[in-house]
Design a protein around this ligand. Structure first.
Ligand SMILES: NC(=O)c1ccc[n+]([C@@H]2O[C@H](COP(=O)([O-])OP(=O)(O)OC[C@H]3O[C@@H](n4cnc5c(N)ncnc54)[C@H](OP(=O)(O)O)[C@@H]3O)[C@@H](O)[C@H]2O)c1
Length: 261
C-alpha cells in the first residue's frame, strides 16, 4: 500500500493536492499533516479516502518529531511527498517581529528539509517529492524579503536534491506558482500597518495549478512554473538586472500612511 504524505493539507494548495492525487491508481491512502485537525478530517470525509490525520505544528521540533515517530512506527511505503505547509508576511525588517520571522524560516525551510530527509528512506521507486517554492523566488523582493528568500532556498535545494535522488528512482519538483486564490494572501497582508502590494493579480485557481504540477512531477521535472504570466515573469527575471526588477517591484507596493512612497 503506497501513500501520499501532504503537509499543509488543511487548506489551499495542500488540500488540492489531496483532491488531485486521489485520482491516481497507485495511491491507496494519505497522511494529512497540519495544525487544524477539523479541516483535515473534513477533507478526508469529503474525499472519502483513507487518511491518517497528523496534527502538528511543523515550525517546532516537537511537531516535526510527531511525524518522524509516526514514520518510524508505521514504516509506510510513500509514493508522494508534498511539502505545502508554509506562510509568508509582507513588511520591512522592522515591521515583522522576530518570532514571526523565526517561525517562517523554521516552517518554510527547516521543516521542509527535515521532513524530506526523514521520508526519503520510505519512498518507493518512481516516488515523487513536490516542494512548495513560489513565483517570488526569482529575484530579491524588498518588503517580502524573508518569505521570498526562504523560497529561493527551496528552489536551489529541490533542484540539487533532484540529482541526488535519481539513483533511487525518485524525483523532486519545485512548484513555483504566481498568486493563487487560497488563505495565504489574506494572512500575508492582514496587518494594515505594513507595506503590501497594491494589487495581487491575476490570482490563479489552486486546483488548476496543482493539476499541472502533478503532471510535471510525474514527468520528472525539477521545477514547475505555473501560467503564462508567471513564466513571462520568470523569463524577465532572467533577462533584466536586479536593480530594474527591484524598481518595478517597488512600484507595485503601497506603504502605510507616512511611510516611504
Ligand atoms: N497562495 C499563493 O499565492 C502562493 C504562491 C506561491 C507559493 N505558495 C506556497 O504554497 C504553500 C501553501 O500555501 P497556500 O496558498 O495553500 O496557503 P494556505 O491556504 O494558508 O495553506 C497553508 C497551509 O500550511 C499549513 N501551516 C501553516 N503553518 C503551519 C505550521 N506551523 N505547522 C503546520 N502546518 C502549517 C496550514 O495549516 P494549519 O493552519 O492548519 O496549520 C495550511 O494547511 C505555502 O508554502 C506557500 O508559501 C502560495
Amino acid at each position: 500500500m503506497a501513500i501520499a504524505i501532504i503537509t499543509g493539507a488543511s487548506s489551499g494548495i495542500g488540500a488540492d493536492f489531496a483532491r488531485e492525487l486521489r485520482g491516481l491508481s497507485d495511491i491507496d491512502g494519505f497522511w494529512f499533516v497540519a495544525r487544524r485537525t477539523d479541516k483535515m478530517e473534513a477533507l478526508r470525509d469529503d474525499l472519502g479516502v483513507n487518511a491518517e490525520i497528523i496534527s502538528a505544528d511543523l515550525s517546532t521540533d516537537d511537531g516535526i518529531n510527531i511525524l518522524r515517530e509516526r514514520l518510524e512506527t508505521l514504516r509506510p511505503e510513500v509514493k508522494f511527498l508534498v511539502n505545502a505547509a508554509g506562510f509568508g508576511n509582507f513588511g520591512s525588517f522592522d515591521q515583522i517581529d522576530e518570532r514571526t520571522v523565526s517561525d517562517m524560516i523554521d516552517l518554510n525551510v527547516k521543516a521542509l528539509v527535515l521532513i524530506t530527509h526523514m521520508t526519503i528512506p520510505y519512498m518507493v521507486r518512481g516516488g515523487r517529492i513536490i516542494e512548495l517554492g513560489s513565483g517570488s523566488c526569482f529575484t530579491p523582493l524588498p518588503y517580502f524579503n524573508v518569505y521570498s528568500s526562504s523560497k529561493v532556498f527551496v528552489l536551489h535545494y529541490t533542484k540539487s536534491l533532484n540529482y541526488e535522488i535519481k539513483k533511487y528512482g525518485l524525483r523532486a519538483t519545485c512548484f513555483c506558482p504566481g498568486w493563487v486564490e487560497t488563505e495565504f494572501l489574506g494572512k500575508a497582508t492582514a496587518d494594515p500597518s505594513v507595506t503590501v502590494p497594491k494589487a495581487m493579480k491575476p490570482r490563479l485557481s489552486s486546483r488548476r495549478v496543482v493539476r499541472g504540477c502533478v503532471r510535471a512531477a510525474l514527468r520528472g521535472r525539477a521545477m514547475y512554473v505555473t501560467n503564462w504570466y508567471t513564466k513571462l515573469q520568470h523569463l524577465l527575471f532572467k533577462l533584466l538586472p536586479d536593480p530594474i526588477l527591484t524598481r518595478l517591484w517597488l512600484g507595485m507596493l503601497k506603504h502605510p500612511e507616512g511611510g516611504e512612497s
